[in-house]
Ligand binder design. Sequence first.
Ligand code: ACM
Length: 476
Amino acid sequence: MSVASLVPRPQTLRVLGGHLHLTAQTGVRGPAAVVGLARELLGLSGPGHEIDLALVDDPGLGAEGYRLTVTDDGVRVRAARAAGLRWAVQSLRQLRDGDRLPFVEIEDRPAYGWRGSLLDVARWCHPLPFLRRYVELLALYKLNTLHLHLTDDQGWRFEVLKYPRLTEVGAFRAGSTAGHLSEGRADDVPHGGFYTQRELRELVDHAARLGVRIMPEIDTPGHVQAAIAAYPWLGNTPSRPLPVRREWGISRHILNVSDRTVGFVEDVLDELVDVFPFTYVHIGGDEVPLDEWAASPQAHRRVADEGLGGPEQLLGWWSRRLARHLERYGRRAAVWDEVVQSGVPHGTAVFGWRSVAQVEGAVRAGHRVVAAPYEHTYLDWAETEGPREPLAIDSGLTLSRVYGYRPPSTVLGVQGQVWSEYLPTPELVEWRAFPRLAAIAEIGWSSGERDFADFRRRLTAQLPLLDRLGVGYRPL
Ligand code: ACM
C-alpha cells in the first residue's frame, strides 16, 4: 500500500522513508479509554510499548486532532482528547502494510466537527449486528455521527415503554412496494422489527467506544403513518383506522395538533433522550402535506390561538414546542430544512437536504446547518444506470459528484444519507454506502485543494482493507 494513501487525507503528512516492523511482541500503551480499542483494531496485544498513545495539554490540536509519528523508536501519538487518539488509531490501521508501518509524521485535525451518515432503519429494519458494523465502518473514515432514522410511515423501530402499540402494531407492515415506486405494485410479504431500548443503549456504547455519537430521529409531524396505525387518536381522522403504510413515497396522513398529541410525542422524546445521550435529537419536519391541517377545525383553532398566519405556519409552531421540551433536558432539536420557512427554534440544527441552494439559504439566514443536499449526498441514489445496478430511486450520483461538493465553510458539517426504500439488506446498504461515504468523509475532514484523481488513487489503495473487512462495496 502506498504510504500516502490515507482517506480522508490528513492536513499534513510527511513520509520519512523506512518502516517499523510489527511483531508478536509489539504492544500498545495509552489511556484506558482507548488502549483496548487500539489493541483490538490494530491486532497488537504484545507486551511491548512501541505504540504510545497519550493525552497532552495542547488546545491547538482541537477536540479531534492528533499528532502521529512513526520512527525507529516506535509510534508516538499525541492528542488533546480521546477522540484524537481514536482517529490516530484509524490512521494507523490505514497506514499499516502487513507487519510494517511506514515512517511518517502526521499532524491532523478535521475541517468540520460534524461528519455523519444517516441510516434509514424505518423502511427496512436492518439487523442490530449490522448497525454495530456500520458504526465501525463510519469510524474507519473518521465519520463521527450516525443519524439513525428510526420512524417513518412504513415502520416504527424505537421501543417506547409507555406506548407499546408503537412497536406491537407500528413496527409491522403487511407488504412492501415491489419494484420501483413508479410501477405502482406492492407485494404481500410482511416485514417488521424494532430495537429495544436495551439494544439501542448497547449500540450507543459500542459507538461511543469508537468515537461515534448517535443522533436519533423521530420524524414528525409527517412520515408518521405507522404511529397513527398504532394510536389512531394521533391522526386527523381517528374514526378511520390506517394500516402501517406498505408503499414508499409520502403518506398524506399527519399528526393532529391537539395538546394530547404533542404530549404523546413529548413522552416519546422523554424515553428517547434517556437512551441517546447525544446533544441533538432530530424531530423531522420534512415533507409534511398540509391538506389534513387545512381541512381541520382543530388546526384552524390552533392557528388562531397561537396567532399564526395559517396552517402552513403550524410546522414552525410544532417544532418550537418540541424543541422547548428538549431544552428542558439540555438538548437541542434538529430539523429538516422545510421548517426554516415557519420559524426554526433557537439553537436548532437545520439539515439542508432539498438542494445546495437550501443549504446556503439556511446558512445565510444564520442557522446552524448540517449540509445534506440530495444532489451530492443522497447515497441511496445509484451511481449510474445499468444492468449491474440494483434498483434505486434515481441514479447519477457518481463518486466524483459526491466528492465535488463544497459545503459552505460555516456549516457544522456534512452528512451522507442512506435512505433504505430500495435497500432491504445490509449487503445492498454496503453497496450504496461504500465507497461513496469515504468521499463524504474527505469533504468533512480534509481542508485545502480537492483533487479527485488523487482521492481516487488513495481510495483504491485502501480497498484491500475494505476487502479484508468483508465490506460489499461497489467496485470503482
Ligand atoms: C427527506 O429526504 N425527506 C429528508
